[in-house]
Design a protein. Structure first.
Length: 126
């Protein structure tokens, strides 16, 4: 995915979710500490472009590596693009911040989110 000033936060989140359907990305005004969550009141408008969000950047290629840990992804987004991101994992019909499992790879998180959704559907459709 090519990142530039006119890309929206929603564009980035959509591409991430397309690759990892058991996960989602949200963006916040402030960074969170390791092992802590991000408060809802700090969440940025997903329709904001990087430029509108004050994240002026030169054009760059953003790749989501499945073997990268959640904390590595969040750190990379902060360092390269000035984005304070939080990864969420599907848990049944809820989205949970991955604060206690930030050391897991994106692939591990996605598998857990996907299996949680399958288990939830099986339990509630029987």
């Amino acid at each position: 995915m090519i990142i530039s000033d006119n890309v929206t936060l929603q564009d980035i989140a959509f591409e991430f979710h397309r690759i990892f359907p058991g996960l989602k990305l949200e963006f916040y005004a402030q960074a969170h500490e390791e092992g802590e969550g991000s408060p809802v009141k700090e969440r940025l408008d997903p329709g904001s472009s990087l430029k509108q969000a004050g994240k002026v950047t030169t054009e760059a290629d953003l790749e989501f590596d499945p073997e990268m840990s959640v904390s590595e992804l969040e750190q990379m987004l902060a360092e390269r693009y000035g984005l304070n991101a939080q990864v969420f994992r599907k848990s049944g019909n809820l989205w949970m911040q991955t604060t206690s499992t930030d050391h897991w790879s994106l692939a591990q998180q996605n598998r857990k989110g996907g299996s949680s959704e399958i288990h939830y559907k099986e339990k509630h459709n029987s």
